[in-house]
Unconditional design. Sequence first.
Length: 113
Amino acid sequence: MKRPYEVVLIIDSALDEETIKSTLDKTTDLVKAQGGLVGRVEKWGRKRFAYELKNRLEGYYAIVELDAEPEVVAELDRVLSITDEVLRHKIIRTPEPSSKQKAAAKSVSESVA
């Protein structure tokens, strides 16, 4: 059963924009290749760290929302752990909306339309 997840990536900001984009593409392609669905990809850009992380003072932040099987997420975690461009990552299982929340969202979208 596919479950919703949110992946927070901190990519080395010393890399050029093309390498950062290809790292994000590799992440989404890995999920898609194994049957997962990639939702929103939010690029926060370069942010300064509160403390030094792997001899870096800033990193490129991105958030990827996806729906995937737990096995796919385990493989994604393994791949991100050994990817040199990724300084740090966190995968969080997001709660699925309840039937009340789905009904409320549906009524709001119908009233707007």
